[in-house]
Structure formats: structure tokens, C-alpha cells
Design a protein around this ligand. Sequence first.
Ligand SMILES: [Zn+2]
Length: 278
Amino acid sequence: MAKTDYPTQSTSHIGRIRHRRNGAKPAKWATNAATKSPTVANTVEPASRPAECEANAVRKIVRLVARTGCRTHILHVSSGLSVDVLRRAKAEGLPVSAETCPHYLTLDCDHIPDNATAFKCCPPIRDLHEQDALWAGLADGTLDGVVTDHSPASADMKAGTLATAWGGVSSLQVGFRAVLTGAMRRGLSLTDVVRWMSCNTARLVGLDDRGDITPVLRADLAIIRPYERFVVDATALESRNPICACDGMTLNGVVTRTFVAGRDALSGVREGNLIVRP
Ligand SMILES: [Zn+2]
């Protein structure tokens, strides 16, 4: 499969944040790996962007960090090889931070239905072995956080085949609870998930007025029942587009109330318009 069969969507790169989808050249790997694959629909995406390419890109960045001392953040880590590179970089005291996303932690490429474009993203969703390595990276602090990388693509953009559909996973409303479910299954706790998805992320981007439950800080809060389970129904989500890679999954965490800057997010909100400005 040629590289040109997989259009890369444009992405803005802000400052020193490095988006690893522009990593090492995947074309040759893709040709070899994809032609060997029996089920193209399921395997072509990971085969087109192998974990080794991702790790090479991260290695290259880490070398530049060592040379320049430039504070650097790696987005969307999807592979254990990259976690290994980052673990060593952090042990050397280099100023790098890194994150992964709910889909890399909770979905795996061997259980994706054929041609299910809801799962197409860059880097691709890899196998359970890689997933375990990402959880280990979170548990030991190599990965600092989990961010949504929510992609609100319309049904039109997600239509077609894996080769042509827009890349990106839509999961904003359920991502936190997908990670919570995975964490609880692995003996990790709600506190860990809050650290990865709230405290650390707020600190990373300099939102000093939130990220902890403390007097004087801004109260952006969700009250949730972590042990109560629900089934994700993509058509019932608040998203404009009824597409979600978690559709049909049973997840932990029912939200009972949400506060934005201390105010009940749903009070005075018109039906069908959840936008509130505190
Ligand atoms: Zn992204």
C-alpha cells in the first residue's frame, strides 16, 4: 500500500509541541507490511505507521532536546517503544513531557471491525501488547497525561473506506470514562485518572487556576459514580455527529452533575445548546 493511499490530514504545530504523525518515512514499511497482511481493513493502519517509525521520531526529538535544552512535549504516544525512549530521556533529566490518548489505552487493532472508519487515527490504534506498555508508562510517570485528541469529524468526513475517511477518534464525552474503566480493570484508581486527565494537564499548559480541588481555585467539577456502569450509544451523545469508536462499550462512571467555574453547567441551558459561558 503506497503512502499516497493514506492522506495525512493537516495539523497545526504549535511552538515546541511536536506531533509525531510526521515521523520517520513509513512508505516502505507500509508497502511490505500491508501486502503481507491478510485482513487489510484491520491491519493496514498500524502497518502503515509502525511503532518503530514513531519511536525513531521521538528519538530524534529527544536528541534535539539534549542538544538544545528546549522544553518539549510529545503528543499522542501510541507505542511502548516510544515510552522506552521517553523513560530514558526522563531518567537523564531532559525537559520532556508526553501524553497518550483514551483510544490507545482502551481499544486494540485486533478487535476493530473491518473498515470501521470511526477507529481511524494517527498514530494508529495498536495491539494489546502496546496498550499494556502505555499503561505501564502512565503508572510509572513516564507519560504525564491522557488527552482526548477528540476529532469531531462529521459523518460525511468519516464516510468511505479506511483509505479515504478522515482520521481521528471522536470520544470527548466518554474518553474520561473509557480511561477510568481501563484503569479500574488494571487495579488503578479514579485518583490516578484525575491526575492524568486533569491535574497534570492543567499544570502542563499553565492553567494554574484549576486542576485541583482547593479553595480559591476555579471549580470545574464533575460529580460521578465511578462504579455505576452504562452502555455507550453514539446516537445519544451530545456530539453533533453520531460517531464514536466506543459505541456499544460498557463503561464505568455515570456523571450526575457538572459544574463550570462553580456554576451548575445545566442550569438555565436551553435544550440542544450546551454552550455556557460562566
Ligand atoms: Zn491530534
